[in-house]
Write a protein that binds this ligand. Structure first.
Ligand code: ARG
Ligand code: ASP
Length: 709
C-alpha cells in the first residue's frame, strides 16, 4: 500500500513538472497556474505576481515603445531592455564622431541621459474580465454582422465608462479567439531617456550568424530611465521632470542559475497561433512559408553581395539586412520544427478525437468548414504574402510608391489632410534616403518582380501588367523615376494636391507601384478578409468546443501583445540524436568565437583584457563568467526585453531570443525542443560595472544574496 501511494505521488510530480508552455493572463493565476509554478520550484504566490491596490511584480513591467518589454530595476525608474529594442534610439543619437552603436554609450552623470522624442512605456494598472458586458445583448437571433456591431458598441461603452484616473487609458482586448474579453487600464510615460548601451560587439555579438541560435554569447541589453512630472505622474519631456518612483522594482540576484531552476518571464508577447487546425498549419509549412522564404532569399543575396563589396552600402543596409534576415531565418527554423515535431500529425490526431466527440452535435461542421475555408483562402493568402514581401517589405522603390498611393488617397479627405500626410512623408524621406542605394534596389527590384510574375497566382496579378518586361521596366524606372532620389522625390511633391497627383501619375515608378497597390487595396485584401472573417467565426467556435470537450487540458490564450507570464525551468536540449546542448554559455565561448575585425564576431580589447585577468568580481562563478542561458519558457516576438525572474521574485536574466529548432513554438509549443534564450543578469552587471565603469548605475541597484568571492 505504501509503495502504491509513493508511486502515485511520483506520477503526479512528474506530470506537474511536465506542465510547461503557455502565456498566461497575470490576473488569472490563482489555482492551476499557481500550483504548476510551485511544482516547478517557485515560492511566489499569484498575488506576488499580480495584485491591485498593493504593489506586485507587475508594477515593474512595461510595454516598451509598443513592441518590446522592459522592466524597472531601481527605485529611480531605471529600465532594462534589449540592445535590439533600444537600437533605434541608440542609432538616433549616434554620429560619425560619437558612434554609440559601435562604441557604446554610458551616462556617467544624471545630466548625460539622453531624451528620445516619441518614445513611450506603458504600465498595466488593472486587468478585469469584461466578457459578460461585451456579450450583453448578443443572441442567436442576430446575424454575424449584427453580433459584431453590437460587440463593438459594447466595447466602446466599456472603455468609455471604465473607472480610471484622468491620465490613464482603458482598452478592451479579446482572448481565446474572441470567447473572452479583458479590460486593461494603462498608464503611459512619455519622457524616457537613454542611460546606457554596450557596444554592438557586445550587444549584438554574433549578429545574424548567431541569431536564433544556441550556443549564444550576446550581451543584448540597454538601459533607459522613466522620468515623471513633480507628482510622479506621466508628463511630456521637461528638464524639470524627475526620475520616476516606481510602485515596485526588481532586485537583482547574483546567485546565478543552475539547470532545473524555476524561471518566470513577464512581458508582452506579440502573436501566436496555437489552435489552428492541421489544414492551416500545413498551408503555412507547404505554401506560405516557402514563398516568403524564397522572396527574402533573393533579396538577401543581392543586398549581401553589395554589402560585402562596399563599406558605405554595408553601413546603409546593415540594419535593413538584419531585419529581413531575422524572420527569413525564423521561418526556415519554424517550418523544419513543425515537420520534425510532427505538429501537423499531432493536430490531425487531436482533430480525430474531437470529431468523434462532436459527432451528431452542431459542432460537427467545424472541421469540414475549416477544410472548405482554408482551401478557399489558399490562393489569395499566397497572393497576399507575395505582395507584402515583394512590394511592402523588400523592394524599396515599391514600398515608397505604396506610401505615395496612400498620399494620393488622402487628398480625398481635403487639402489640409493631404498637406499633413505630405509633410509626414517628406520628413520620413530624410531618414530613408540617407540609407538608400538605387543600384541595390534596382537589382532587388529585378529579382523580386521577376519572381512575382512567376509565382503570383494569375487571378491576383493585375491584367495591365501582363507581358511586363521586367528588365526594361527596371531600367526605365531607375533611370527616370523621381522615387529613387531624395531631391527628385522632394521636387515631385511640391505644390497642391492636384498638381502633385497629376505629376506623380506621370512617373513610371509611381504608376507601376500604384497598379500593384490598387491590386492589394481593392482585390487581394478584401478577398482575403472576406474569407478570414469566416474563418475567425469557425475558429471561435472551435476554441470554445475544444475547451468544452477536453476539460482536463491546459488552454492558454494566444498572444495578443497584452501582459502575460510564462514559466519553466533552466534547461538544455537535444536538437538531434547524439547532441545535447548545455543550458549555460560563458565568456570563454566569446573568445572561442572571436574573429578580429569581423563585423559579427569582433571582440573589443577591453573585454579581451578582462578575460585575461579574469577580474569578474562577484559576477563570475568558479573563475568563469556566465553570459547566456536557456529555459523552457514559452515566449515570442515582443517578449524581447522581458525580465527573467527567479523563484523569489528577483531578476536573474533578460529574455532576447529563442533557439532555431524551437521557433515553431508560435504554432506548436513543445517543451522537449522549444527554448528561450536569456542574458544572465551577472553578465549585464559585469558589463555595466567592470567594462563600462558606470558605478553610478550599479549603486542604484539592489543586489540580493551576492555570493562572496
Ligand atoms: N531573433 C531575435 C528576435 O526576434 C533577435 C533579433 C535581433 N537580432 C538580430 N541579430 N537581428 O527577434
Ligand atoms: N527576439 C524576439 C523579440 O524581439 C523574441 C523572440 O521572438 O523570441 O521579441
Amino acid at each position: 500500500m505504501k509503495n502504491r501511494i509513493l508511486l502515485f505521488a511520483l506520477c503526479i510530480s512528474i506530470n506537474l513538472s511536465a506542465q510547461q508552455g503557455g502565456m498566461w493572463i497575470p490576473s488569472q493565476l490563482e489555482g492551476r497556474n499557481e500550483k504548476e509554478m510551485k511544482a516547478l520550484g517557485s515560492n511566489l504566490s499569484a498575488k506576488d505576481i499580480y495584485a491591485v491596490g498593493k504593489s506586485s511584480i507587475k508594477d515593474a513591467i512595461v510595454h516598451f515603445n509598443g513592441g518590446c518589454t522592459a522592466e524597472v530595476i531601481s527605485k529611480k525608474g531605471l529600465l532594462l531592455t534589449n540592445h535590439h529594442c533600444g537600437f533605434g534610439a541608440i542609432q538616433s543619437h549616434s554620429t560619425t564622431e560619437n558612434d554609440y552603436l559601435k562604441d557604446g554609450f554610458w551616462a556617467y552623470k544624471a545630466k548625460d541621459e539622453l531624451k528620445n522624442s516619441g518614445m513611450v512605456v506603458t504600465f498595466i494598472k488593472r486587468i478585469d474580465d469584461v466578457t459578460v458586458q461585451v456579450f450583453n445583448g448578443i443572441t442567436d437571433a442576430l446575424s454575424e454582422k449584427e453580433k459584431q456591431d453590437k460587440i463593438s458598441q459594447n466595447i466602446k461603452k466599456i472603455q468609455k465608462n471604465a473607472i480610471k484616473e484622468t491620465w490613464q487609458e482603458a482598452k478592451v482586448k479579446s482572448f481565446y479567439k474572441k470567447n473572452q474579453y479583458f479590460l486593461f487600464i494603462t498608464e503611459t510615460f512619455k519622457d524616457i531617456r537613454l542611460v546606457g548601451a554596450p557596444p554592438s560587439s557586445i550587444g549584438k555579438f554574433g549578429a545574424d550568424t548567431d541569431n536564433w541560435m544556441w550556443p549564444r554569447h550576446s550581451g543584448d541589453f540597454s538601459l533607459f530611465r522613466i522620468y515623471a512630472g513633480k507628482d510622479n505622474k506621466p508628463a511630456v519631456y521637461s528638464e524639470k521632470n524627475k526620475p520616476y518612483k516606481p510602485k515596485h522594482y526588481l532586485p537583482v540576484s547574483l546567485d546565478g542559475v543552475s539547470e532545473g531552476d524555476f524561471t518566470l518571464v513577464y512581458g508582452f508577447p506579440g502573436r501566436t497561433n496555437e489552435y489552428l487546425p492541421a489544414v492551416a498549419l500545413s498551408q503555412i509549412v507547404n505554401t506560405l512559408n516557402p514563398a516568403k522564404i524564397k522572396i527574402r532569399d533573393e533579396a538577401l543575396k543581392v543586398v549581401d553581395t553589395y554589402m560585402r563589396n562596399d563599406a558605405t552600402i554595408k553601413m546603409q543596409y546593415a540594419s535593413k539586412f538584419a531585419s529581413i534576415a531575422n524572420y527569413w531565418k525564423k521561418w526556415i527554423g519554424e517550418s523544419q520544427g513543425i515537420q520534425k515535431s510532427k505538429a501537423i500529425e499531432k493536430k490531425e490526431r487531436l482533430e480525430k478525437a474531437f470529431a468523434a466527440k462532436v459527432k451528431g452535435t452542431a459542432n460537427e461542421t467545424i472541421l469540414p468548414m475549416f477544410d472548405k475555408l482554408y482551401s478557399e483562402i489558399k490562393e489569395v493568402a499566397l497572393a497576399r504574402d507575395i505582395w507584402i514581401e515583394t512590394v511592402y517589405r523588400n523592394t524599396e522603390v515599391l514600398h515608397q510608391s505604396f506610401g505615395l498611393y496612400q498620399l494620393e488617397l488622402s487628398a480625398e479627405k481635403g487639402e489640409a489632410n493631404f498637406e499633413k500626410e505630405k509633410e509626414k512623408l517628406l520628413h520620413a524621406y530624410k531618414g530613408f534616403y540617407k540609407n538608400y542605394n538605387a543600384n541595390v534596389d534596382k537589382d532587388v527590384f529585378k529579382k523580386l518582380v521577376t519572381l512575382y510574375f512567376k509565382t503570383n497566382p494569375k487571378k491576383y496579378t493585375p491584367n495591365d501588367l501582363e507581358n511586363t518586361n521586367v528588365a526594361m521596366l527596371a531600367d526605365t524606372i531607375f533611370k527616370t523615376s523621381s522615387l529613387v532620389s531624395l531631391d527628385k522625390v522632394t521636387a515631385l511633391l511640391q505644390g497642391d494636391s492636384k498638381t502633385v497627383i497629376t505629376r506623380m501619375n506621370k512617373d513610371i515608378g509611381y504608376s507601376f507601384g500604384k497598379t500593384l497597390a490598387k491590386s492589394f487595396y481593392f482585390v487581394i485584401n478584401p478577398a482575403y478578409h472576406a474569407i478570414q472573417n469566416k474563418i475567425a467565426v469557425v475558429q471561435k467556435k472551435y476554441m470554445k468546443a475544444l475547451m468544452q470537450e477536453f476539460p482536463e487540458d491546459r488552454f492558454f490564450p494566444d498572444a495578443n501583445s497584452t501582459l502575460r507570464i510564462t514559466y519553466g525551468q533552466v534547461k538544455g536540449y537535444a536538437p538531434k540524436d547524439g547532441v545535447y546542448y548545455k543550458p549555460v554559455s560563458y565568456l570563454k565561448g566569446i573568445i572561442e568565437k572571436y574573429k578580429p575585425n569581423d563585423y559579427e564576431f569582433d571582440v573589443s580589447q577591453k573585454l579581451l583584457d578582462l578575460y585575461k585577468t579574469k577580474d569578474y568580481c562577484n559576477y563570475g562563478v568558479n573563475g568563469k563568467l556566465p553570459v547566456n542561458f536557456l529555459g523552457t519558457n514559452h515566449t515570442t516576438g515582443g517578449n524581447s526585453g522581458s525580465p527573467v525572474i527567479d523563484a523569489n521574485g528577483n531578476l536573474i536574466g533578460l529574455n532576447f531570443d529563442r533557439v532555431w529548432e524551437g521557433t515553431m513554438s508560435d504554432y506548436n509549443y513543445d517543451p522537449e525542443i522549444c527554448r528561450n534564450i536569456m542574458v544572465d543578469v551577472r553578465y549585464i552587471m559585469f558589463i555595466i560595472d567592470k567594462y563600462a565603469g558606470a558605478k553610478r548605475i550599479i549603486k542604484e541597484i539592489d543586489f540580493v544574496h551576492p555570493k562572496e568571492k
